[in-house]
Design a protein around this ligand. Structure first.
Ligand code: XUL
Ligand code: CO
Length: 444
């Protein structure tokens, strides 16, 4: 990572490059565990994580919620000229990303620049701001992990985007996705994401679900074909979420999305971008979602955050829970990392009442340190404890005798019947959950 990228005006004054100082440091603006060049399980931390900053939460979100207007009066959000405003925001973004020492960022089309009154104007503005981004990226190590189109905020998408019952709106969504793919390719983006916030329904009474799913699949095929025709070689990711803003979202969870991808012949190009708080909303752990994806070679990428476990909405808080993260990192290491070209994108926002600019640094430092520490813990559990052995031992009976024949598909149901008669009632074997749980606590 080369030097700091500061525009005409420095936004995060008094804060320099954040460095690793170790866990004895009392400097709140230093990493205690995230040491980008430290090797863990054959890769450096920065190679494992490929951290990314979410443009929308960090530079666009003003802290507004359904009960009150914004609280964050960002100095880069002051110009009345939308183009100047977008450039100021980008200056702030590159300054922040270079100071925190992250290699990637992720964006929605409308995060980069306000879409303005019509499509012609939006396309013009996107050209200008992506030219500006290219200029800023040149000579830096900052790259795009993924781009996406925001097909959920504008009122035109209130009945859905690719699943809208009105074809005219589907066409508009198509134009927006084409432009977002073009922008992603222009900026050398490594992947492209679909998150379908409005791709679902509010009431099944007025919804032809089969038609909407067919249309969504057709749309994804078209987007894939277009991007490939333009030379894009990266992965496409679908980001599951069960609800919010739709009552029911079609991309409910890992298993549902995998089924959709298989049914519509999209497995080859699409993998999953899993988000912790979305897993929570689906009543799963993130570890569960990751394992389901990993089983299908579809653990593509991750949106890092956490939910609030006392309430049921998408709070997008920064990750801090070591126990949860360690369970995630155990699967991550076991899988050998992402199975696509993804990374860990902080789809997380500082709280409405965290209004100092430096809070953005504390939040990301905390998240990156929590991941780093969990990776180290997970690696120790896998290498130094009996964890892997204990887990394997539970399945030992499939490695010998008739169990081995069963695994090799050499037995029939009749064989199982005859065997059960011969062997009688199985002996009770403890699952030893508490023993497994204790290992995590011990290594933390
Ligand atoms: C919404 C969400 C989105 C996607 C990108 O819950 O996670 O920000 O990550 O559209
Ligand atoms: Co997300």
């Amino acid at each position: 990572m080369s030097g700091l990228i500061i525009g005409d005006r420095e936004y995060f004054k008094g804060i320099g490059k954040i460095s690793f100082e170790g866990n004895q440091s009392k400097n709140p603006l230093a990493f205690k565990y995230y040491n980008p060049t430290q090797e863990v399980a054959g890769k450096t931390m920065s190679e494992h994580f490929r951290f990314a900053i979410a443009y929308w939460h960090s530079f666009c979100n003003d802290g507004g919620d359904p009960f009150g207007v914004g609280t964050k009066f960002y100095p880069w959000n002051k110009s009345s000229d939308p183009i100047q405003n977008a450039k100021d925001k980008m200056d702030a973004a590159f300054e922040f990303i270079s100071k925190i020492g992250v290699e990637y960022f992720c964006f929605h089309d409308v995060d980069l620049i306000d879409e303005g009154p019509n499509l012609v104007e939006f396309e013009k503005r996107l050209e200008i701001i992506t030219d500006y981004a290219l200029q800023k990226m040149k000579g830096s190590d900052i790259k795009v992990l993924w781009g996406t189109a925001n097909l959920f905020s504008n009122p035109r998408y209130m009945n859905g985007a690719s699943t809208n019952p009105d074809f005219h709106t589907v066409a508009y969504a198509g134009a927006q996705v084409k432009n977002a793919i073009d922008a992603t390719i222009k900026l050398g983006g490594e992947n492209y994401v679909f998150w379908g916030g409005r791709e679902g329904y509010m009431s099944l009474l007025n919804t032809d679900m089969k038609k909407e799913l067919d249309n969504m699949a057709r749309f994804l095929h078209m987007a894939r074909d277009y991007a490939r025709s333009q030379g894009f070689r990266g992965d496409f990711f679908i980001e599951p979420k069960p609800m919010e803003p739709s009552k029911h979202q079609y991309d409910f969870d890992s298993a549902t999305v995998l089924n959709f991808l298989r049914e519509y012949d999209l497995m080859e190009d699409f993998k999953l971008n899993l988000e912790v708080n979305h897993a929570t909303l689906a009543n799963h752990t993130m570890a569960h979602e990751m394992q389901v994806a990993a089983n299908a070679n579809a653990l593509g990428s991750m949106d890092a955050n956490r939910g609030d476990y006392q309430n049921g909405w998408d709070t997008d808080q920064f990750p801090v829970d070591l126990y949860e993260l360690t369970e995630m990192m155990m699967i991550f290491l076991d899988t050998g990392g992402f199975q696509g070209g993804g990374g860990i994108n902080f789809d997380a926002k500082t709280r409405r009442n965290s209004t100092d600019l430096e809070d953005l640094f504390y939040a990301h430092i905390g998240g990156m340190d929590a991941f780093a520490r969990s990776l180290l813990i997970a690696n120790n559990i896998m290498n130094e404890s009996d964890y892997l052995k204990l887990k394997e031992e539970r399945y030992q009976s499939f490695k010998i005798g008739k169990g081995e024949e069963y695994s090799a598909a050499k037995l029939s149901l009749q064989n199982l019947h005859d065997l059960a008669h011969k062997l009688g009632e199985p002996e009770q074997k403890s699952g030893k959950q508490e023993l497994f749980e204790n290992l995590i606590n011990q290594y933390i």
